[in-house]
Design a protein around this ligand. Structure first.
Ligand SMILES: NC(=O)c1ccc[n+]([C@@H]2O[C@H](COP(=O)([O-])OP(=O)(O)OC[C@H]3O[C@@H](n4cnc5c(N)ncnc54)[C@H](OP(=O)(O)O)[C@@H]3O)[C@@H](O)[C@H]2O)c1
Length: 291
């Protein structure tokens, strides 16, 4: 591996990937950054930052190895096509192995090995593939993104009800930008990262009742958390404008939270980024400024 590595980022035109590429260019201008994208037309801003653009579509496995030539470290940002991701990630990992990529950092899910969250299945499968293929890798296991709650907080500020089905489950969410910063810190660390597992999550956990109380405090209108049975919850989410399959996914996540699946008190993210992750009240301020 050269002294200054070449880093490549998949999903670079996605919300997380864009932040990672920007931070890499801002904080490590000497490092060559390759933005792996499906659509170059969406990546003009990344090229303007000095990233090299390469076409990269998980569904075109034959093209992946060539796009990874010369890459020392690869951030594999998990895809968003739920149900297709095990196959897609396998294609990327096989290509990275064939291209002699020195390290894959994979964005997995919090406590992937033991969590009961249904969304974790493809992450568990990807972690197994990484081990099976035998490519050096580091696992960036992400807790929930605070941004997942923006839409519900905005709806609650309008009608006074923050619907959920998470019971008193505590949630240790952090902002997307915090997870991006952690990825940058880990990818650019001078220490060897192969074999490491980072359980990344917010430092301060909260319940939906806490979220409702903070929304009340900031909006000046009374908002109560309403814990609904799962079918009623899904119907309520559809009623505030999200598609049924998204409502089903959110319900499963809330249920996971009820069982402790979104809680973490390790403060690993805080240690990695060297500051407290974004707190709940800041996400609520952003949510309320957007309505
Ligand atoms: N823990 C959580 O709370 C949480 C929440 C949301 C998402 N996630 C996970 O974290 C990932 C990153 O989050 P995000 O907010 O950045 O998601 P996002 O904005 O949806 O970005 C996903 C990226 O994956 C790319 N992609 C999808 N299919 C692809 C394919 N076939 N080939 C190549 N690239 C493909 C997309 O490309 P285009 O830009 O061309 O569309 C996009 O850049 C998500 O994909 C999901 O796995 C976790």
């Amino acid at each position: 591996m050269t002294e200054i590595p070449t880093l490549a980022v998949t999903g670079a035109t996605g919300q997380l990937g864009r932040i990672v590429v920007r931070l890499l260019r801002e904080r490590h201008p000497d490092i060559k950054v390759i933005a792996l994208v499906r659509d170059v037309a969406k990546a003009g801003d990344l090229a303007a930052l000095g990233a090299e653009l390469r076409l990269f579509d998980y569904d075109q496995p034959e093209s992946l190895q060539g796009a990874l030539e010369g890459v020392d470290k690869l951030l594999l940002i998990s895809g968003n096509a739920v149900g297709e991701r095990e196959r897609q990630h396998r294609a990327v990992i096989d290509a990275a192995k064939a291209a002699n990529v020195g390290l894959i950092a994979y964005t997995s899910v919090l406590r992937a090995s033991e969590t009961s969250l249904p969304i974790a299945a493809e992450h568990k499968a990807t972690e197994l593939i990484l081990r099976g293929v035998g490519v050096p890798h580091v696992l960036l296991r992400h807790g929930w993104y605070l941004e997942n709650y923006l839409f519900r907080v905005q709806a609650a500020a309008k009608d006074g009800k923050l619907v959920h089905c998470a019971g008193d489950g505590r949630i240790s969410a952090a902002a997307r930008a915090d997870y991006a910063e952690a990825a940058v810190a880990i990818l650019t660390s001078p220490e060897s990262q192969a074999g490491k597992i980072y359980e990344l999550a917010g430092s301060d956990s909260f319940t939906f009742a806490d979220m409702a109380a903070e929304t009340t405090r900031q909006s000046g209108r009374s908002v109560v958390a309403v814990d609904l049975p799962k079918p009623e919850f899904e119907a309520a989410i559809v009623a505030i404008g999200l598609p049924a399959f998204v409502a089903a996914l959110i319900a499963k996540s809330d249920y996971g939270a009820r069982e402790g699946g979104l809680f973490d008190d390790s403060r690993t993210l805080e240690r990695v980024i060297g500051r407290e992750p974004t707190p709940l009240h800041q996400m609520i301020t952003s949510a309320l400024s957007g309505i």
